[in-house]
Write a protein that binds this ligand. Sequence first.
Ligand SMILES: Nc1nc2c(c(=O)[nH]1)N[C@H]1C(S)=C(S)[C@@H](COP(=O)(O)O)O[C@H]1N2
Ligand SMILES: [Mo]
Length: 430
Amino acid sequence: MGSKRTTRRDLLKSGGALAGGLAVLGQTQASGQTPTVAPTVAPEHDHGSGASPMVKGTKELVEYGQRSHFVTSVRIAHPVGGRHSPDAFGKTFHIATPLQDSVGVITPSSLHYVATTRGAFVPDIDPKQHRLMIHGVVDRPLTFSMEDLKRLPSVTRTHFIECAGNRHNGRQKTVQETHGMVSCAEWTGVLLSTLLKECGLKTSAKWFVAEGAEEVKGASSMPIAKAMDDCIIAYGMNGEAVRPQNGYPLRLMVPGFEGIFHTKWLRRIKVVDRYYMNYNDYGHLEKSEKEAALAFQIGPKSVITKPSGAQQLSGPGFYEITGLAWSGGGAIRSVEVSTDGGKKWNRAEIKAAPQRMSHTRFGYPWVWDGKETEILSRCTDEIGQQQPTREQVAKYWNVPFERSYRVPGLDNSVMPWKINKDGSVTNGLA
Ligand SMILES: Nc1nc2c(c(=O)[nH]1)N[C@H]1C(S)=C(S)[C@@H](COP(=O)(O)O)O[C@H]1N2
Ligand SMILES: [Mo]
């Protein structure tokens, strides 16, 4: 940083000077986490001035790494969609990812959100025994072992999954509680279309039903057009095998569709001639076939992850506002951020080339003047859909608009975070 010893404090206070390139020097603590105090160095560990204490790696650490013990970000059991986790029977249905600590777009597998009808129990599947059967209105019903699948041409794509219950009730404090039922990973597997071409679709093939291996089978009906487009039969997640909680050894990826369609522990796909009502279809009961098919797809959505609820700004000055945007409609085209409660919208910086049905990281440089305000983000996807305000969503559902009303359907409304005078950040809907 050169010899000029401007202190961090000076940099962060002098808002004006920070508008330019200097801003990057003022990396500040917006996370609300207690700053880590440098560990006291025991004399026997002191290998000269400035050296950090050394710890010896165990066999486990050498063989399969672990994050720093200074990093403590974890998933939490989550009340979502009206069901509380853990419920009265001690079952944890929903586990939320710590979005407030996220960087980039990939959710580490160990922090990926989890939603499972059987609670904390997951099937323990031997991959050598596991089979995927494809049958129904096809010319040749086929059964694939894991080895068979891994011999076929593969694809690797970054996709988000979001639970339809990922909506807030206005009282929740953190972004993990309000938005933590969405995650994004790099998935590897075989395109479902590759397998269906092997089987040969009969002309009456219009829908397909995917089924998981647990006793509550997690079956859903989906349009065959989606199967032939971009569905992945995934065995890889973030560079290694899919984790047990996320469907090991095999799961279905239905990019952009509600999480419930992404069948985990996938063992059977039945190609059918019409929409079948299955265990998982209760959420779409009242809808017509066409409406149901549309309801599968997640709307454009974004949220500021930092600064966000329960975090603390350390004082006026520069902060990069950052967050995530995603849409079931394709790639994110643009993101806007408002720092004055939604009066003025400013174009945010997109951090890396947006992928289809993937998280996109955005950033916006902001100098906080120390006054109370509200920060918000909204996104537009590649087919031109714009994330709605809560007011617009209320109109759509024909329900009275109050700030903390609960959206009846999938909630992709704009999320406000309130910046209070003391630098504390709170839910703008609470
Ligand atoms: N077999 C099976 N698949 C399932 C589920 C389940 O309970 N069983 N839960 C679904 C729901 S509701 C969601 S939101 C996603 C969550 O995927 P994840 O746990 O990998 O995040 O998986 C879906 N697939
Ligand atoms: Mo879900």
